[in-house]
Write a protein that binds this ligand. Structure first.
Ligand code: Z5A
Length: 212
């Protein structure tokens, strides 16, 4: 039996929802409070998993078969969970992770069409059953999120290039998952200005830190 003293918090949502921006802001506040914080992301998050991320997100990623994509995501996840997330949690860190298993259920399942039971089995295998203590869902309508990504500039990856219907299914999938897991999810109104979104995130994070 592994003893975990840290807290595992995941940030989920569609494209351009503001997760990356808020993880940095929340981490800065928690560090000021003297907490040990690890910020990380999926796919990727450590040296070996980032190599798999490159295979998934560059232009060639568009050519993987859906099941190959799922296997690659979970291969990266197994490296990430085993070598990075679990050791950080065992050392008592607050781990803030940009996307995790909920992204697989929405991107590859709800929007991508792979059967949910296969995804759940793969996720469980890759994570050895590790689940987030809480998940912040950044609720932003797809049109607004895609516009933010566009405004940010830079090259798009092949997920951002998917059509409007894909992003609508994704958003609906996230909302359904929130309904099914009301205890784990906190909905963040991420259409609000940055400061306000940070306040909502910190309120949720502080709730779990106090009850822990
Ligand atoms: N993927 C998958 O298919 N299956 C899986 O299991 C996993 C992932 C784990 C990873 O891409 C891709 O992998 C992802 C799903 C897929 N699809 N895509 N694309 P990524 O890590 O490169 O990208 P992302 O996770 O989608 O993040 P993002 O598009 O960069 O969005 P974000 O991190 O949520 O947003 P941001 O970068 O913080 O903000 C976007 C812009 O909006 C930026 O210019 C901000 O300054 C601005 N912003 C942020 N907040 C606000 C507010 N409140 N107001 C106004 N403007 C704002």
């Amino acid at each position: 039996m592994i003893f975990i003293s840290g807290i595992f918090i995941t940030f989920e949502g569609g494209e351009g929802a503001g997760k990356t921006t808020q993880i940095a802001r929340v981490a800065a506040v928690l560090r000021e409070q003297g907490r040990d914080v690890l910020t990380t992301r999926e796919p990727g998050g450590n040296e070996s998993a980032e190599k798999i991320r490159a295979l998934l997100l560059n232009n060639e990623g568009a050519h993987w078969l859906p099941l190959t994509e799922l296997l690659l995501i979970n291969a990266a996840r197994h490296e990430h969970v085993t070598k990075t997330i679990l050791p950080a949690l065992q050392a008592g860190n607050v781990v803030l992770c940009d996307r995790f298993t909920d992204s697989t259920l929405t991107y590859q399942g709800y929007a991508g069409g792979l059967p949910h039971h296969i995804i759940e089995q793969m996720n469980t295998l890759a994570t050895e059953g590790l689940q987030p203590d809480i998940t912040l869902f950044f609720a932003v309508p797809p049109s607004m999120g895609l516009q933010r990504s566009k405004n940010r500039g830079g090259a798009s990856d092949h997920f951002e290039d998917k059509d409007r219907l894909f992003h609508e299914k994704l958003y609906a999938g996230f909302k359904e998952m929130v309904q099914h897991n009301p205890k784990r999810f906190t909905v963040i109104d991420a259409t609000q200005p940055l400061e306000n979104v940070t306040e909502q995130c910190l309120a949720a994070v502080e709730r779990i830190l106090i009850t822990d």
